[in-house]
Design a protein around this ligand. Structure first.
Ligand SMILES: [Fe+2]
Length: 270
């Protein structure tokens, strides 16, 4: 039982953890944060402004930070922190935007499970991060669809619909992209005793292990389903905020930013 004070997000997507200071946590508090994360899928912790050291330490208390496959670290001391920067003159869509997705679903093994962002420089009234709950979306599926997708798997590719944004981003950063990566995963997962939908629309190419005549329709159906307003929470950032989510149970995307600079520090963890 958690002693921490929480407030559910809009549409019951995730939870704010109130009145907590992430520097120097006791193990008991770390365990409580992990419980809330696994129960809600995403947690929001306002106005922490951790320095890179404290931020990286917090990540290490939650999981094992990993080097992100396609981006460089902040510097040698903080290899796990990726700087996600949006410049005012950037004309393309922001990083990972326009498609809900679950990070690195195109990796076959050792997918980093958690993604964490901290707001470093936040433009006024723009650049929300949009979350959709796979728990809530699964729960609201018609029984008929639940039955049809019981054993379904998805083919997820780094060259999926989201790739256009990523390729532009990598070009800007002077990174030469490797070949595309592809993996197959079940699309219904069990997390903390609850079923969740793993469909990562930004990477999903094809649904398999369903009746052949249903595969195309189910793909569209599930993508439309997780995008429904009733499962969405658009999170408005303040500087120093931390959002931490489980990529098995939560989908996310960036929203549009125009003529503004936005900087985030990201850490992914196993
Ligand atoms: Fe992402």
């Amino acid at each position: 039982m958690s002693n921490l004070s929480i407030t559910p997000g809009t549409n019951n997507v995730g939870a704010y953890i109130n009145s907590i200071e992430l520097k120097n946590l006791e193990q008991k508090q770390v365990n409580e944060i992990k419980d809330i994360l696994s129960q809600f899928g995403v947690i929001f912790i306002k106005k922490q402004s951790l320095d890179p050291e404290a931020y990286q330490n917090f990540a290490k208390s939650i999981g094992t930070p990993v080097i992100y496959p396609r981006l460089k670290g902040l510097d040698k001391k903080f290899p796990f922190i990726n700087v996600i920067e949006r410049k005012p003159e950037d004309k393309n869509l922001s990083f990972g935007s326009s498609w809900l997705h679950q990070d690195t679903s195109y990796l076959a093994n050792d997918r980093p499970r958690y993604t964490m962002l901290m707001g470093i420089e936040i433009p006024n009234g723009q650049g929300n991060t949009i979350f959709s709950s796979g728990f809530n979306a699964y729960k609201k599926l018609p029984d008929e669809v639940k039955h049809k997708i019981k054993n379904a798997t998805g083919i997820f590719s780094s060259a999926g619909p989201i790739a256009v944004t990523r390729l532009e981003r990598e070009k800007e950063m002077g990174i030469k992209s490797s070949d595309s990566m592809e993996a197959e995963h079940p699309i219904v997962k069990m997390v903390n005793g609850k079923k969740t939908l793993y469909v990562s629309p930004g990477h999903l190419m094809e649904i398999k292990n369903v009746d052949k005549k249903d595969a195309v329709y189910l793909k569209k159906y599930l993508i439309d389903h997780v995008n429904k307003k009733e499962f969405i929470f658009s999170y408005e950032w303040s500087k120093g905020d931390i959002c931490l989510w489980d990529n098995l149970s939560i989908l996310h995307m960036a929203s549009e930013i125009k003529n503004c600079r936005r900087v985030m520090h990201r850490i992914t963890m196993k």
